[in-house]
Design a protein around this ligand. Structure first.
Ligand code: BGC
Length: 544
C-alpha cells in the first residue's frame, strides 16, 4: 500500500541546513514523539501537520535538528515501533505528502530532520509476516522443545515480559524480543538487507538528514540461539553480553549503511539506539566507518552523584575519543522516566543536569517537554495506559538497560513520559490540539505550558533557550576539549574553551572561590568578595 505523493516529487531535495559536514558532532537534536507533540485534526493524537505548525517554536528554542519517532503505517501495538509499511504514513499521523512537506518546511526553517528506522522487527501485520512461506524465510522461526514441541525453543524472555517466543497455528515458534506483534527479522537473509537498503534510500531521496536506528544492537543473534540460563536474563541485561544484543555481527550492517549514507550529499547521519554493556562496546558503533552517533545511556542511567557523573563522563569521552567520534549525551526519551522525576531532585536537579549536559563536549538530544520541566506523570489510571510493557508485566527495576523500565515512574512503565505537551491555556488539552489528548494531562500543567513560560526569565523554557543560544555563540562549547578543575566534594568543575562549568550535586549551598563572571545558572548564584555561593543542586556557566 505504498502511498504516492500528490504533487511532482519534491524529493531529492537540497541537503538540509546546518553548519558544515560535521554538523552532527555538536548538534542539539530535539526528539519529537509525534503522537504527543501537537495535534492538528482534533483526534487527540499528535500528527505531522501538528509538528509542522510548531517548527517556529523549535527554531526559536535553538535546536539544530529534530528526530521524529515512527509515523509509518502501523497497528500501533507499540506506539508505531511495529511497522507494517515502511514507506507509508499511518493515517493517524497524516499522509506521505505531509511528511514530505514537513521535511521541506523544516529545511526552510533551518532545521534538519532525522527519522526513526525500525530494522530489528516489523509488525505482525507486515505483508512478509502475513505470508506463511515468506515469513519462514525472513523471520526467526524454530521448532519447539518438549515431546510435542510445546515448549519455546530457548529460554529468552521478551523485553516487555514473558517468553520471547510465540507458537503459531502450524506448531512452530517465532522470536519476538519485544511484543508478539513485533516478530524479529532474520538478518541472515539477504532479502532483509536489500529491503532495508531500499527503505533507507526511499527516505534519503525524500530529503531526510539521517536515521535514528531502533534496537541497533539487536539485529544479529548468536549462532544457535543459545540459552541464557534460567532466570539469568534479568540480572545480565545491561551489564553483559546477551546472545541477542550487541553481537559483533551487527557492525557489518552499520558499515554497509554508512557507505549508503556517505553516497548522499549533505552529511546524512545514523544514530544508534544501542544498549551496549560498556562505553568501549558502545564506541564500536561510532567507528569512522560506522554510524555517526550512539546515545550515551550510561550517562542517562547515572544518578545525581558527583563521582559517578565524573566517572561516566571520563569513560565516555575516552571511549569515543579512541575512535575519533564525539559523545552523544541524553537525559530523557520516550522510554525512560523523565529526568525531572528520575533524578530525585525535582526541577532544580533537572535544570542543573541539563546545563551540565549542554556544557559537555559533543552532541546532545533533548526529549520534547523537558524544556518545560515536565515531570513524569505517575498516576495514570490503568484503563488509559497503552504501553505494551504494562500489559506484559515487564520488570520495573531501574535504571533501564533496555528502555522499558526505570525507577521513579508508575510501575516503571512508559506512558508517564508520553503525555501530550501543554502549549497554552489553563485546562487540558492545553492547546495540544482542537480535541482532547490520547493520555490525560495533569490538572496543574497550565503553569508549565509554553505560553506560560515564554518571556519569564526564571522559567525552564527560557533557561533552555538561553543555554542553546549561548552554545551557538560561544565557540568553545560543543565539540572541543574539556579539563577538570579541582573542586570540593560533591562539586564538579570543568573548563571548556572560554567557559567554566560548576555543578553542585549536594542539596546544600557550597562556597567556592569566584571562578569568573556568571553567564547562566540553573538557580540564582550569589557572588561576593571573591567567592561564589553555589546553590544546592545547581549548575552555573562562568565566562573565564
Ligand atoms: C524503542 C521503544 C520500542 C522498542 C521496540 C526501543 O528501543 O525506543 O520505544 O518499544 O525499541 O521497537
Amino acid at each position: 500500500m505504498t502511498q504516492e505523493l500528490t504533487s511532482p516529487s519534491p524529493a531529492r531535495q537540497a541537503p538540509g541546513p546546518g553548519r558544515g559536514p560535521g554538523w552532527w558532532r555538536d548538534a542539539v537534536i530535539y526528539q519529537v514523539y509525534v503522537r504527543s507533540f501537537a495535534d492538528s485534526d482534533g483526534d487527540g493524537i499528535g500528527d505531522l501537520q501538528g509538528v509542522r505548525s510548531r517548527l517556529p517554536y523549535l527554531k526559536e528554542l535553538g535546536v539544530d535538528a529534530v528526530w521524529l519517532t515512527p509515523f509509518y503505517a502501523s497497528p500501533q501495538a507499540d506506539g508505531g515501533y511495529d511497522v507494517a509499511d515502511y514507506r507509508a504514513v499511518d493515517p493517524l499521523f497524516g499522509r506521505l505528502q505531509d511528511a514530505d512537506e514537513l521535511i521541506r518546511a523544516a529545511h526552510e526553517t533551518g532545521l534538519r530532520v532525522i527519522v526513526d528506522i525500525v530494522p530489528n522487527h516489523t509488525s505482525d501485520q507486515h505483508p512478509w509476516f502475513q505470508d506463511p512461506e515468506l515469513a519462514r524465510q525472513r523471520y526467526i522461526f524454530r521448532p519447539g522443545k518438549g515431546d510435542s514441541g510445546q515448549l519455546p525453543p530457548n529460554d529468552w524472555e521478551s523485553i516487555f515480559g514473558g517468553p520471547a517466543w510465540t507458537r503459531t497455528g502450524r506448531g512452530d515458534w517465532y522470536l519476538h524480543l519485544f511484543a508478539p506483534e513485533q516478530p524479529d527479522l532474520d538478518w541472515e537473509n539477504p532479502d532483509v538487507h536489500a529491503e532495508f537498503t531500499a527503505i533507507l534510500r526511499f527516505w534519503l531521496d525524500l530529503g531526510v538528514d539521517g536515521f535514528r536506528i531502533d534496537v541497533a544492537h539487536g539485529m544479529v543473534k548468536a549462532a544457535g540461539l543459545p540459552d541464557i540460563g534460567h532466570g539469568r536474563q534479568a540480572t545480565l541485561i545491561g551489564s553483559q553480553h546477551l546472545p541477542f544484543f550487541d553481537q559483533d555481527g551487527v557492525h557489518a550492517i552499520h558499515r554497509a549503511w554508512r557507505t549508503l549514507l556517505d553516497g548522499y550529499d549533505g552529511a546524512r547521519i545514523g544514530v544508534a539506539e544501542a544498549w551496549a554493556p560498556t562505553p568501549e562496546r558502545l564506541a564500536l558503533y561510532v567507528r569512522p566507518d560506522e554510524l555517526h552517533q550512539a546515545f550515551n545511556f550510561q550517562f542517562l542511567g547515572t544518578g545525581w552523584r558527583a563521582d559517578g557523573l565524573r566517572e561516566v563522563i571520563d569513560a565516555s569521552l575516552a571511549a569515543t575519543a579512541s575512535v575519533g567520534a564525539p559523545t552523544t549525551w541524553v537525559l530523557s526519551n520516550h522510554d525512560v522516566v523523565r529526568h525531572t522525576t528520575r533524578l530525585g531532585g525535582g526541577l532544580a536537579r533537572a535544570r542543573a543536569a541539563t546545563l551540565l549536559m549542554l556544557a559537555l563536549p559533543g552532541s546532545a538530544y533533548l526529549y520534547q517537554g523537558e524544556e518545560l520541566g515536565l515531570p513524569e506523570v505517575t498516576d495514570l489510571p490503568d484503563e488509559v495506559r497503552q504501553d505494551p510493557a504494562f500489559f506484559r508485566g515487564a520488570a520495573s527495576a531501574g535504571p533501564a538497560p533496555d528502555g522499558t523500565a526505570d525507577a521513579g515512574g508508575q510501575d516503571g512503565m512508559r506512558d508517564g513520559c508520553r503525555v501530550p505537551l501543554p502549549w497554552a491555556g489553563d485546562r487540558p488539552p492545553y492547546g495540544f490540539g482542537p480535541g482532547g489528548s490520547w493520555l490525560p494531562q495533569p490538572a496543574d500543567w497550565g503553569a508549565l505550558s509554553v505560553a506560560a513560560q515564554t518571556g519569564d526569565p526564571d522559567s525552564t523554557l527560557e533557561l533552555y533557550r538561553t543555554a542553546l543560544a549561548l552554545r551557538r555563540t560561544l565557540p568553545g562549547l560543543g565539540d572541543g576539549p574539556m579539563n577538570w578543575r579541582p573542586a570540593p566534594d560533591g562539586v564538579l568543575t570543568f573548563a571548556r574553551p572560554g567557559v567554566l562549568c560548576t555543578v553542585n550535586t549536594l542539596p546544600d549551598p557550597v562556597e567556592i572561590p569566584l571562578p569568573g563572571r556568571p553567564l547562566l545558572s540553573s538557580a540564582p548564584v550569589a557572588t561576593e568578595d571573591g567567592s561564589a555561593l553555589l546553590p544546592g543542586d545547581s549548575c552555573t556557566w562562568w565566562a573565564i
